[in-house]
Design a binder for this molecule. Structure first.
Ligand code: SF4
Length: 319
């Protein structure tokens, strides 16, 4: 089999806080993403999802581990290699206005990455590409001369997607890209991403706390808790038969569309029993043991190994 497009091997990230305390944001995280594949990354806020994206983008230095692009370790000192990586990997964030300069027309914002990374194309081709991208994300090319504040949140996210697509990336890191949008707009943007992903054979690393949205898009899903992988499985298996108690807890917390079923679910489920422990002082043994209904003595003492079971990976002594 060919090398994966992106591989993350045993990545750990630690932050030193102003107080002098060390915060372990990620511990021993490994993943592989093939071309054209969508990997969903789920977990509650504070579980390390965004840190994972930032580490892949080389925005934070890992304490340990390696990131490989097309089989080759990324080297921050290799300027040509890093330039090619930055062109091949683009991002979409929760707040699209972060990526759009309020003083720049949206046409210019979409052209900007092309002008920086593909200047050889020339002004006319770059302008034409930006117009085509506006249409590809469901907007009109005539909107090119407007400013971001003239668009709705959903339209701004479409413009953010057009900007990310401008340099023809192979991978897009999507960090909570629809969580600030209304549910109906979320659906439209997710559908747009799914279509673009298929048409352009894009790989997506799709980060979200919303398991419903992740299910729509993902081939496989990785579950993070306090910076550690709890479970990785193909999306169908994970949603049908979650093996890790934390995955089961997240799925039980998913709201149901039917009001009667939702009332029954809320009556039955003690959602998210207990608070997420502080990553400054993570629990011993299995980090999930303080909230796990199945926790036993061994869970408090020994860190469970991430084991391969039927083509999926689970970190639980009893899975
Ligand atoms: Fe729960 Fe123990 Fe499994 Fe951790 S190892 S998830 S505490 S049963």
């Amino acid at each position: 089999m060919d090398s994966p497009l992106l591989a993350v091997d045993n990545l750990s990230v630690r932050f030193r806080l102003k107080t002098g305390q060390a915060l372990q944001a990620l511990t021993d995280v490994s993943l592989a993403l093939q071309a054209g594949e969508t990997l969903g990354v789920v977990g509650e806020s504070g579980c390390g999802k965004s840190t994972l994206a930032r580490a892949i983008l080389q925005l934070v230095a890992p304490a340990q581990g390696e990131i490989r692009w097309q089989g080759k370790p990324l080297d921050p000192h290799d300027r040509a290699g890093m330039k090619a990586f930055r062109r091949a990997v683009q991002c979409i964030f929760q707040d699209p206005l972060d990526a759009l300069n309020p003083r720049m027309t949206v046409g210019h914002s979409i052209q900007e990455p092309l002008r920086a990374l593909r200047p050889e194309l020339g002004k006319a081709v770059i302008r034409q590409r930006a117009d085509e991208l506006l249409q590809a994300v469901g907007l009109e090319s005539g909107m090119r001369n407007r400013y971001p504040h003239e668009f709705s949140g959903g339209q701004c996210q479409r413009i953010g997607i057009a900007r990310a697509l401008s340099v023809e990336p192979q991978l897009i890191l999507c960090d909570e890209p629809v969580s600030a949008l209304d549910v109906s707009i979320q659906r439209q943007v997710v559908k747009l991403l799914a279509n673009l992903q298929r048409e352009r054979h894009l790989a997506l690393l799709f980060i979200s706390h919303d398991l419903g949205v992740v299910r729509e898009l993902s081939d496989r899903v990785l579950v993070l808790y306090l910076g550690r992988i709890m479970e990785v499985a193909d999306a169908g298996s994970l949603y049908a038969t979650p093996l890790h108690p934390y995955t089961r807890m997240l799925l039980a917390a998913m709201p149901l569309a039917d009001p009667q079923q939702e009332r029954e679910r809320l009556a039955k489920v003690k959602v998210g029993a207990g608070e997420l422990p502080s990553p400054l002082n993570p629990p011993s043994g299995c980090v999930f043991h303080t909230r796990c209904p199945q926790a036993d003595n061994i869970c408090r003492e020994q860190v469970p190994v991430l084991r391969e079971t039927d083509g999926r990976q689970v970190a639980c002594h009893f899975a």
